[in-house]
Design a protein around this ligand. Sequence first.
Ligand code: PEP
Ligand code: MG
Length: 461
Amino acid sequence: MKAWAGLALLLASCGPASGVRPPATVEAPYTPDSGTLLVRCGRFIDGLSDDVRSGVEPTIKIPKMRACETCSGSGAAPGTRPESCQHCGGQGQMVFQQGFFRVNRVCEICNGSGEIIREPTSSDLRSYRARRREQAREFEQRSRLRRMPTRTLDGADVRLLGNAESREDVAEAHALGATGIGLYRTEFLFLRGPQLPDEDEQFLLYRDLVLGMIGRPVTIRTLDLGADKADRSGLALSSEPNPALGLRGVRLSLSRRDLFVTQLRAILRASAYGPVRVLVPMVSRREEMLAVRALLHRCHADLLGEGMDLPECPPLGAMIEVPAAALALHSLASTVDFVSVGTNDLVQYVLAADRGNDALGDLYSPMHPAIIHLLHQIIATGRKYKIPVAMCGEIAGDPLFTPLLLALGLEEFSLHPATLLEVREKVRACHLGNLRRRTSSLLRATDRDTLERWLRRSSPD
Ligand code: PEP
Ligand code: MG
């Protein structure tokens, strides 16, 4: 049973759903282990009751509710307010992403069965409370893992880094013993409004992140606006005919060098306070990395020329999330110091399945032989060319995938702190040697069913 501690208790106060209902207070509507959403008798989440009554697939709409959290990981940048979030469609609709699922329906929020008990009986509530207590116990037990190494049964060390979007995430990652920050998404700074953050503002934020990790490396991803990343700053072109294939990530940065230079200078200044790495999103070809490296070095030289006391230029890495970069990783080898696989986008581009389109059902899923083969190829090419390969897409933080990723040879996982201890627990229960012996059967899998069977057989639980 999973303890999704960060989401398990969600208290929301909303207005009456129909005018006759009292204001709703919802206690812990999210119980992922059972797939059950409990809504207390006579109380409703605003918007939910109407959907349920009309028999439409229910969605929870909670205006102004923690949109940054609900949207994080789903593609909308953290800090996105409902009205500017493309996933919410401005409705403040809850969008959870558990594991690899692209979700915004109740059934998916509940991880499967999707039962909603609108008027739970006392026995429903009793068993629900028992589950909550069980979750709390599990959380307590898992907390002991904070100080333990992430080491397989046969002694292989695995690096777990944090995906972070705020100072709080960084503090949590540090407290949980993350090896560093493997992905810091900088978009949110640019999503707050029409005012773009200047160099000093960015520098102060990045510096605090670096200081917060007390000597452990912080990987700062350069601006990744566009496509599913909502934009209030006006930088991304909302009129693009096909934004997911348009001017996003490094393409946007290289087309707006003034902004890019500002960001790179801020990152470089922060590097004076502790180890920093620079990660570039949406790379599709070598030329982009060469251009970024040249710019980074120029900024570094400029800052030194201005009298700043800086360490050497930080390591520069590329996100591998465009199939071209994955397939031709060898061509990037001499331009990068490391890479990080962004499976959220890679899956979307390989399968031609929009990560934000729920109508596609489970088409958007890493459980596809093409994805498994591509991940295997990326990791093998990284090894051949001595490029350290990390993974920062959602599946790195889904314990279900831990044995699979270990079998493929992944050694560095970057994940949201909420699941760090679960993944550590899973790694500690795995035997790397046994999993590696099963890699060839994994690569022979031809469909989702065989992949799921492989996972069931390989999971230590
Ligand atoms: C990814 O694409 O896997 C990724 C980590 O980046 P984002 O989800 O921010 O696009
Ligand atoms: Mg991405």
